[in-house]
Design a protein around this ligand. Structure first.
Ligand SMILES: [Ca+2]
Ligand SMILES: [Ca+2]
Length: 438
């Protein structure tokens, strides 16, 4: 559970990526924590709270964007490009229900702070704040996301600095959004996901921001309208140099799917979406698993690969996960893994096992058995390897039963018993290489 929470924290950070427009497409992805200097209440920002209270009264409670992780009650950035940072502070009036307000403060000539603008809230609570130069004029705009009174979806409001004050230039309904250069034109787009559960529709749209027109749509693509919520959005590549969004979504409580969205031939496309059914069934899996990035920066999409030889009415269906790299013609299989949720590990199958090995797992006894399976005759053949978990300190007992240790942590030792002499047999080194903690 703890690991799940950590993963969700990473998800929140991933959703709010802002790209530095460097003039050569996507090169760097920064989390808000990196684009915004961490606020300190000492030193140069010491007078901010006092200046805020002088302007809006002292009966206030400092707030912070609800959906952001680790971002505090004010953020700093040089919004007007004059070389010194402004402060955007978030607070609520103590006497008022939970409505987040924003206040813009500037440093004055004597090095103190003064409030110059109080900005009316767009919704009930501030969910996210990002600073990003959306129109390539060298100054960052402020992109805010708000929880609304009535709905599941949120409202985005974009502010631009104009004569020293922030002016709202655009707003848009959204479920999730990402700031990135999706079409490689060196201008950051606002990519908006909008899910309407009531109407069972969902779409992704890329918007451009300009000072004159606010936001205008550049492209749009349908998404699976039957999803329940979005779990994780990762900005990666589809192929060599094509920016892409990998969108992991829940469909129900445990099933997940991945939408892969990128710009192709002047339009936004959703690689696995089926126009006829209106669903993205190709990537639908019955379990919860999200895309992962390899050390080399390649994105892997999880596909469900049911184990051979299971009876249709088995109480618990077991699956391998086939991790694929997206390719235009046919996806490339990167690895096939068994995931053990009970003991939080993956076992990555050796390649020679992909088409002819199945497994059984007894959660009570923690034993995972891999065996050879003949898909043609549908028959189970000899055992190849079993993984068994012992309590820490039980090494001797494990060894006396023919097990060899491949990994350990404070609580358990993770062991294997190998069957040798089969052409599919693997050695201890390969078993160790295949084992991975989640
Ligand atoms: Ca700008
Ligand atoms: Ca762009």
């Amino acid at each position: 559970m703890k690991k799940l929470l950590l993963r969700l924290t990473a998800v929140i950070a991933a959703i709010l990526v802002c790209v530095t427009a460097s003039g050569c497409g996507i090169t760097t992805f920064l989390t808000p924590a990196e684009t915004i200097r961490p606020p300190r209440i000492t030193g140069e920002f010491e007078g901010v709270r006092t200046a805020l209270e002088a302007s809006v009264g002292s009966d206030i409670v400092m707030e912070y964007p609800k959906g952001d992780n680790g971002v505090a009650s004010f953020m700093t950035a040089d919004l007007d490009g004059d070389g010194t940072d402004e402060v955007l502070a978030f607070y609520r009036q103590d006497t008022e229900a939970s409505v987040t307000r924003m206040n813009l403060l500037k440093s004055d000539s004597s090095g103190g702070w003064v409030s110059v603008q109080d900005i009316d809230p767009v919704g009930i609570a501030l969910d996210s704040v990002s600073f990003c130069d959306l129109d390539n004029d060298g100054c960052q705009e402020v992109v805010t996301g708000w929880n609304m009174y009535d709905a599941k979806n949120k409202e985005m409001a974009i502010y631009k600095m104009d004569s020293g004050l922030l002016t709202q230039r655009a707003s848009e309904r959204y479920t999730e959004y990402v700031l990135c250069d999706i079409n490689s034109d060196s201008v950051t787009e606002i990519v908006v996901l909008l899910l309407s559960s009531a109407e069972q529709t969902a779409s992704v749209s890329a918007f451009k921001f300009s000072s004159a027109d606010g936001i205008t749509i550049s492209g749009s693509a349908p998404l699976d309208g039957g999803v329940t919520s979005y779990a994780k959005i990762t900005v990666g590549k589809a192929g060599e140099d094509v920016p892409a969004l990998y969108i992991d979504a829940f469909k129900g409580t445990t099933a997940t799917l991945t939408e892969l969205v990128y710009w192709d031939d002047g339009k936004l496309v959703n690689a696995y979406y089926n126009d006829e059914t209106g669903e993205t069934s190709a990537t639908l899996r019955s379990f919860t698993e999200y895309c992962r990035e390899t050390r080399e920066g390649e994105m892997l999409i999880p596909f469900e690969k049911p184990l051979f030889g299971q009876s249709e009415d088995a109480a618990v269906r077991l699956n391998f996960t086939e991790w694929r790299v997206f390719e235009d013609s046919a996806d490339e299989i990167s690895t096939v893994t068994f995931k053990c949720d009970d003991y939080s590990y993956y076992f990555n199958l050796p390649e020679q096992w992909y088409d002819s090995v199945s497994a059984t797992y007894g959660s009570d006894s923690s034993v995972l058995i891999f065996y050879e399976y003949d898909p043609v005759s549908g028959s189970k053949k000899g055992e190849l390897m079993r993984i068994r978990i012992f309590e820490a300190g039980q090494t001797e007992e494990a060894q006396s039963l023919g097990y060899e240790v491949i990994a350990s942590d404070r609580t358990y030792i993770y062991t294997v018993r190998l069957v040798r002499g089969n052409e599919l047999s693997i050695d201890l080194t390969a078993a160790r290489e295949g084992f991975e903690f989640i």
